[in-house]
Design a binder for this molecule. Sequence first.
Ligand code: KIV
Ligand code: ZN
Length: 512
Amino acid sequence: MKTPQERVRIFDTTLRDGEQSPGFTMSAAQKIAFAHALADLGVDVIEAGFPNSSPADFGAVQTIAREVRGASIAGLARCHAGDIEACARALSEAAAPRIHVFISTSPLHREHKLGMSRQQVVEHAIMGVELARSHVDDVEFSAEDAFRTEREFLVEVFEAAIAAGARTVNVPDTVGYATPEEIRDLFRYLRANVKGADGVVFSAHCHNDLGLAVANSLAAIEGGARQVECTINGIGERAGNAALEELVMAMKVRGGWYGVDTGIDTPKLLDTSRLLSRITGIQVQRNKAIVGANAFAHESGIHQHGMLKHRGTYEIMHPQDVGWAESQLVLGRHSGRAAVADRLRALGHVLDDARLDAVIADAKALTQTQHVVSDLDLLRLLDGDPSGGGWRITAMSLIDEGQHTRARIELSDPGDLHVAQEAQGDGPIAALFAALARATGVDFELESYEVHSMGIGRDARGEANLSARIGGEALAGQGTSRDVLEASAIAWLAVANQVLRSHASQRIAAFA
Ligand code: KIV
Ligand code: ZN
């Protein structure tokens, strides 16, 4: 057991290493919005971009430097005068600017990428750090591909960079080749052998090519790193960088082992991850640690039974600590009696054994054609009403009008009320959701929307899952159908029905 908790700085590079990878490009406005979210999250350094790489990147870094407070703002630069001057200009209005200069040091990169001798690399590193220091006090130096660099040369380069004025020295595992044991050992070696090591912060920057980026960053911390470079959702070059949310929670949950902590406001992790998904249009996988839909969801009967007795049986952290409202006992093919009874009780239905058995049998039958049994499904099974007491779709059609799509939707409710509405949209989904919003009078912004197929060939069915946050409450809807558009409309309507039910119950409460 180690004491006391030492602070590890979180250097977020979502907007630089993350943004430069395929599929994650962001507009300047998106980068600025995301930088504000990172500052709110409590990261220590935001690497906002590589100013000399394009006028757009320059502009985004400049606006972030001007607007965002609460974190240092870093810009990346090669050890070239042009890069460093551009970086300094872009950061000129930052309250706490950092110039991050780098040069490759490994034999492979020296020979094939730079065509430089060791001596030339050292000279460039010194020039880069000194020029950066002539503009700002806070200079970070990175030895690109450090992990594959000869150790004694790495010591030489870092000593030169420190003597030239670098305050942080970064040891990237650029190609994700390290193992935890090796990288821990490398950090110990550098801290023991680099002259001036005590006066600087050692930093780790691990890529995930072997799926070891988080483990390697934690091992680097054990070896003495006090800054880790990471990204939200682990995005970054190729297989990505170390995922910030995983690293931070490993330090928090296993603080007793690592003896370190961060300044991250961890309940904001989920919202920050979702903001990135919304901006980039790329969702994290369900089983992603911390922020994936399954991270606090339990479907198997044995686990659900354990969770109902004591949540510590199958959870090592509180969902609220990372921003989830609560753990979820998902009803599916593997669920047990206890979980179905518990869910029904939460919905206000306490059933005798025979009735409960019947609902469980019907719910299991449903899982032949869909993954999850929702609250709405349970209510439907209870009273035979397919909408759970809300609107249901009686007809829908879509017309392609060239530039736009027109959707027509007809709904009815259990009281036999009918409505029909039409709306236009950029595509079929936008048109459908707009028609549904008109028909129900409910509108909301989607937080996530996923469609996937269940089964193959003639038996395939589409399953749509969407979620929305309305007045601070997270609502989810699910729909299945042979037609993905219909599945999407059913999922949308499931959320709208929940909104309408909660409005109705508020009205009843107000009268009571
Ligand atoms: O992976 C890497 O080596 C980098 C450096 C520029 C820090 O991203
Ligand atoms: Zn990198």
